[in-house]
Design a protein around this ligand. Structure first.
Ligand code: NAD
Length: 478
């Protein structure tokens, strides 16, 4: 992208001129990429009104027709995959290969959700009365507000809009102000299809303004939000007066447990990849290591070597990189501060441990910290960077107790060759997901959800789909 584009809000299938006051910059070199609007209150109202106006007739269409629209968008995404991946890398900073995976996974996700059109089911229940039938119908909620984070900005569009649309809802999407370009490019592709006006709308702006207006609005029937715990909590407060239904996908502090009988080579490879992918800015990647004492020295030595071998830099300027920069200066400062605080409390830097001198961009060295304790902030709060703090544990009991002692409960992982240890972990780890002998990613047919402060409800698969519906029980006496 060389030309600087002023993007416009997408309301009722029209690009509506607004005040393009938000600058989007490449985190690898601070180059200005585009300007997007801080949507006015009137534009947010217009987007919600357009979604409301479109919803009933959209829901009245056969589900298979709605699915057809998703498939058309999926094929547009595939045709434009290379260009979209380039845009995601430029504005978000992930390496091109991963951006390509994100785009293709998004297209597959749209197709997957489209397949549900012929599988949406209600129930027929047994009645206590003679001559009565009881039908449990599943109906769309109405208008969804989809509020997106910046770390997988393109995929998150589909994760919200595909289940919303196939079940008969319409949607107003607010991308993150950090990474809105890909969402407006998605809107451009939508505009090239025959999707009815108002079914998908995009308004951009900050959370405190546009995000707050959407989440406190009585015309929204479901807030589907992915982002941090703090914002999730503010959204709950904003939604409270209207008792708006919430679906919250929040942060994580995934423990990676390595037992003495683990395949260490596999564990080192998987945990490294998990800490490096998207520069550690993933809700379900390994955020803290718990290693059984017997293999601790060996594991720490090997993972330090593996992390130190990470190739990183500007993903559009260099080939074959494993990771790009962090998204913002604030993110870089936060990671540096967390490492400093941990070393101040006695953690030992085994590799990395400093801001990387790359000339420009928000780069932090891939880092391994040994000697960490559960009293350290780095073991309790999301780092969201390429830093692995490691704590030594005596046995599985201690590992499980430490893992569960967290305000987060999104994902967890364990490396072991013992079936009984794996089964105990499955039963006793109090998390929404556990990966055994592998790290993230989740499957689109699974259910991505967290316990504790990691969220309310979840996404993907049948259970994620039904989050976009409500039940309506009908009693028919004849
Ligand atoms: P964030 O909470 O800062 O922002 C997310 C979105 O919320 C943005 O669009 C922002 O503008 C908006 N927002 C901010 N304040 C708001 C308000 N008061 N009202 C309404 N909207 C508001 O999160 P982020 O920094 O973009 O994303 C990183 C976080 O997201 C991490 O904590 C990560 O773990 C989490 N995340 C979770 C999942 C998951 O599936 N559980 C997936 C990806 C990211």
């Amino acid at each position: 992208m060389t030309e600087i584009i002023d993007y416009q809000n997408f309301i009722a299938n029209a690009f509506v001129p607004g005040d393009p006051s938000i600058e989007v910059r490449n985190p690898a070199n601070d180059r200005l990429l585009a300007r997007v609007p801080e949507a006015s209150g009137e534009h947010v109202e217009a987007a919600i009104a357009a979604a409301r106006k479109a919803q009933r007739s959209w829901a009245a269409r056969p589900a298979i027709e709605r699915a057809g629209s998703l498939r058309k968008i999926a094929s547009k995404v595939r045709v434009n995959a290379e260009r979209l991946a380039h845009i995601i890398t430029a504005e978000q900073g992930k390496v091109l290969g991963l951006a390509g995976v994100e785009v293709n996974f998004t297209a597959d996700y749209l197709d997957y959700m489209a397949e549900w059109a012929r599988r949406l089911e209600g129930e027929v229940l047994t009645s206590d009365r003679v001559g009565e039938s009881i039908f449990l119908l599943r109906k769309p909620l109405g208008v969804v507000a989809g509020i997106l984070p910046w770390n997988f900005p393109f995929f998150l569009i589909a994760r919200k809009m595909a289940p919303a649309l196939v079940t008969g809802n319409t949607i107003v999407i607010k991308p993150s102000e950090e990474t809105p370009i890909n969402c407006f490019e998605f809107a451009r592709l939508v505009a090239e299809t025959d999707l009815p006006a108002g079914v998908i709308n995009v308004v951009s702006g900050t959370g405190a303004t546009v995000g707050h207006q959407l989440t406190s609005h009585a015309g929204i029937d479901l807030i589907s939000f992915t982002g941090s715990v703090g914002t999730g909590s503010r959204i709950m407060a904003a939604a409270a007066p209207n008792i708006t239904k919430l679906n919250l996908e929040l942060g994580g502090k995934a423990p990676a447990i390595v037992l003495a009988d683990a395949d260490l080579e596999l564990a080192v490879k998987a945990v490294t990849a998990s800490r490096v992918i998207n520069t550690g800015q993933v809700c379900n990647c390994a955020e803290r290591g718990s290693v059984e004492r017997k293999v601790a020295d060996q594991f720490i030595e090997q993972i330090a070597a593996s992390m130190a071998a990470t190739r990183y830099g500007d993903p559009l300027a260099e080939d074959d990189l494993d990771m790009g920069p962090l998204r913002t200066q604030a993110a870089l400062d936060k990671v540096a501060q967390m490492v400093k605080s941990a070393t101040g409390q006695g953690a030992e830097v085994v590799t990395g441990g400093a801001v990387a001198d790359k000339g420009q961009g928000f780069h932090y060295q891939p880092t391994v910290l040994a000697g960490c304790g559960s009293d350290m902030a780095i073991m309790r709060q999301e780092i969201f960077g390429p830093v692995l703090p490691i704590q030594i544990v005596e046995d599985l009991d201690e590992a499980i107790a430490l893992a569960n002692d967290s305000e987060y409960g999104l994902t967890s992982s364990i490396y072991t060759r013992s079936l009984s240890a794996a089964m105990r972990a499955s039963h006793e780890l109090d998390f929404g997901e556990t990966y055994i002998n592998r790290e993230n990613f989740e499957a689109m047919q699974g259910f991505h959800a967290g316990t504790r402060k990691s969220g309310i409800g979840g996404a993907d698969g049948k259970h994620g789909l039904y989050e976009y519906t409500h039940t309506h029980v009908v009693y028919i006496q004849i």
